[in-house]
Design a protein around this ligand. Structure first.
Ligand code: ZN
Ligand code: ZN
Length: 658
């Protein structure tokens, strides 16, 4: 017998090896490969070897039974095909690192928990009951887009739906964007289904990941909560998949294998005849379009629980603040007043600024010199606590100079504020206030989140400052004010999704306000307050935003009205990078059809990261099939010319164009 083996290397094709013992498809084997021994997956079996090539023996069979379930195996093949991802790498990512057949054999079953503990469950509103009913009525595959405003109680709907599927002997998978940012959701599932919930995410220890995976594999944990890789959870009899905050970009894996966990989840539901529920207060353009085209069933909850009003949103024009103060200010008079009022009333405030560090960059006022990272083409950010300039792309850090290295002038200025500066200024204005900060500099571990968020929940912190990390689905009933600083910063990014991201962020962070008994207020500070994104976020008009944004996307031929793929060419040598990018461009031109438009090659928005030069091409197509065929041809062309998959990165449905 012979086996087709997908080796765990960045290669799109499989290789044939001779078998000396029987093996099932899906099992792992060790095979000789280019003078090395590498792990691979058996993806097919055949009686006859292909002629004309030397065939080597499989060195060792690692699994007697495949650890990957047939439906997950099918899903991996779909990912490999759709995203043009190396099949061995995809299959490898479906298993926890370090798992062996021995773990599976030796697993001792734990004690099964109670079925469901509904002690603390609130009763459902009419809206929640209607949505639950829709989910429960589904027979076989069904994709539902649940558009529920912030504070509308989507989590309770998920919990009831899971309960309902468990009662039918089915299992359930709940995907969340980031575990650390959603501790409350995880806790609620663990409380509702005690002893029957497993949590899967990458910051767990290797052993813990294997243990939880085994509990799922052996059917002890029929409820799984996890981040994107949990889409591969070895659940049998899967009945329900929930994708919470489906618009979040963290569902997209930005390294090999590149896949979108939300879209992959819908495919898993399709292969397994399950129900997929995509929930969000700000659905992605893609999912909303799918609902419009009737691929997904659209359902909405437009009222908050207990009919709490959505917060009032006010936009402050920072150009006027500049004129009034005669200089750049971090906080508007309106925001200072509003924070002071909250402190007086004993209520809480959240302030969002989507940039960490103290100052965005250092500028020489004399010659205009800015301090760039030596390995990346980006400005270095000043962090005052460590008194260093830090590159946010590669982490390089150095002391800020006292004089300009270019013209020797001493007029060096700190421009643009970050969360660290926000905190420092707040401490000066409100000396009595208790202030907490959440960003990647202060949050090194999940424990750090729990400490600060826990303190905020208990009322030990008055003002919480942070990056977009604080915008996620937290529920703090005493927050009545949310302030957004520098709201228009992201709009200037060279990304066609900039407006969508800004709308989502503003709506989400505004949704943190007024979740308790007191109504909420939101103050947005912007330099271009008339932008439609602010006006529509202000009035919580998602449909209007969608309609407006759709016109622009259609005119520009961008998703969701075209299929998109991004190609990034990488090389340490700038000339070689440019030449390879031109070759890729020429090849694509030679195989393109009228259904396709190609942009580039051009230097990527961030031209250099960690000393690697980057060029970019974008392919837009009205036909997904044509795009897919072209990419396959390119892949073949590159492999024929021995260009590795690490030098030309193909990204299907990219979410980041930086
Ligand atoms: Zn200078
Ligand atoms: Zn750098």
């Amino acid at each position: 017998m012979y086996a087709d083996v997908a080796v765990c290397l960045p290669l799109s094709r499989t290789f044939v090896y001779r078998l000396n013992e029987p093996v099932h498809a899906g099992c792992r084997v060790l095979v000789p490969f280019r003078r090395r021994e590498v792990e691979g997956f058996v993806v097919g079996l055949r009686k006859d070897p292909p002629s004309g090539i030397a065939i080597h023996d499989v060195q060792k069979v690692l699994d007697s039974e495949p650890l990957i379930r047939p439906d997950v195996f099918e899903l991996c093949q779909w990912i490999s095909d759709y995203y043009l991802a190396p099949p061995g790498e995809v299959l490898k990512s479906a298993l926890p690192p370090g798992i062996s057949a021995k773990h599976v054999e030796k697993h001792v079953a734990g004690i099964a928990g109670t079925v469901c503990d509904r002690t603390n469950a609130p009763s459902l509103t009419a809206d929640q009951a209607r949505v639950l009913n829709l989910i429960e009525q589904s027979n076989g595959f069904h994709a539902i887009l649940l558009h529920g405003v912030t504070g509308s109680g989507k989590t309770e709907v998920y919990l009831r739906a899971v309960e309902s599927f468990l009662a039918r002997g089915k299992t359930a998978l709940v995907l969340v964007p980031e575990i650390g940012l959603t501790p409350q959701l995880t806790e609620r599932f663990a409380e509702r289904f005690p002893g029957r919930t497993a949590v899967l995410h990458s910051s767990l220890t290797k052993r813990r990941r294997i243990d939880d995976w085994l509990r799922i594999y052996h059917g002890e944990a029929p409820v799984v909560i996890g981040t994107r890789s949990a889409v591969f959870a070895p659940l049998r009899n899967l009945g329900l998949i929930v994708v919470d905050e489906e618009h979040e970009t963290s569902y997209k894996q930005e390294e090999m294998p590149r896949y979108h966990a939300r879209d992959t989840a819908v495919m898993r539901a399709k292969f397994g005849g399950a129900v997929a529920v995509l929930g969000s207060a700000t659905p992605s353009m893609e999912s909303f379009r799918n609902a419009e085209g009737k691929k997904y069933t659209y359902t909405a909850i437009s009222n908050r629980v207990e009919d709490r009003p959505l917060p009032d949103v006010e936009i402050v024009n920072m150009r006027e603040e500049y004129s009034a103060a005669g200089k750049q200010v971090v906080f508007s008079r309106r925001l200072i007043e509003a924070v002071a009022l909250r402190l007086e009333r004993g209520e809480q405030t959240m302030l969002l600024l989507n940039r960490r560090g103290y100052a965005a960059f250092l500028l020489c006022r004399h010659c205009g010199f800015t301090f760039q990272c030596t390995s990346c083409s980006v400005a270095m950010t000043f962090h005052r606590s460590i008194d260093k300039l830090v590159c946010h792309y590669c982490g390089e850090a150095k002391r800020p100079p006292s004089r300009c290295p270019d013209c020797n002038s001493e007029y060096i200025y700190y421009v643009g504020e970050g969360t660290e500066r926000l905190e420092a200024e707040l401490r000066q204005i409100f000396q009595e206030a208790r202030i907490g900060r959440i960003d990647r500099d202060t949050m090194r571990h999940i424990r750090d989140y729990e400490r600060v968020l826990g303190g905020f929940r208990k009322g030990e912190i008055d003002i919480l400052v942070g990056t977009q990390m604080i915008a996620k689905g937290h529920d703090f009933p005493r927050v009545t004010l949310v302030g957004v600083i520098g709201a228009d910063g992201p709009l200037s990014l060279p990304d066609f999704r900039a407006a969508e991201r800004t709308f989502q962020l503003l709506t989400q962070v505004a949704g943190r306000s007024g979740r308790g008994d007191s109504p909420g207020e939101v103050v947005i500070q912007a330099y271009v307050p008339d932008h439609y994104t602010f006006q529509l976020a202000c009035t919580h008009r998602f449909e209007d935003f969608y309609a407006h944004e759709s016109r622009y996307r259609k005119a520009m031929f961008y998703p969701p009205f075209a299929s998109l793929a991004g190609i990034t060419v990488l090389d340490r040598d700038p000339a070689r990078a440019a030449t390879l990018a031109r070759d890729v461009g020429k090849f694509l031109d030679s195989v393109k059809t009228p259904a396709v438009r190609i942009l580039g090659p051009a230097p990527a928005p961030v031209e250099r990261i960690k000393s690697v030069h980057r060029h970019q091409l974008l392919i837009k197509s009205s036909s997904r099939t044509v795009l897919h065929r072209m990419l396959k041809q390119l892949q073949q062309h590159l492999e024929d010319n021995k260009v590795g998959a690490t030098r030309v990165i193909v990204d299907v449905d990219p979410v980041s164009l930086m």
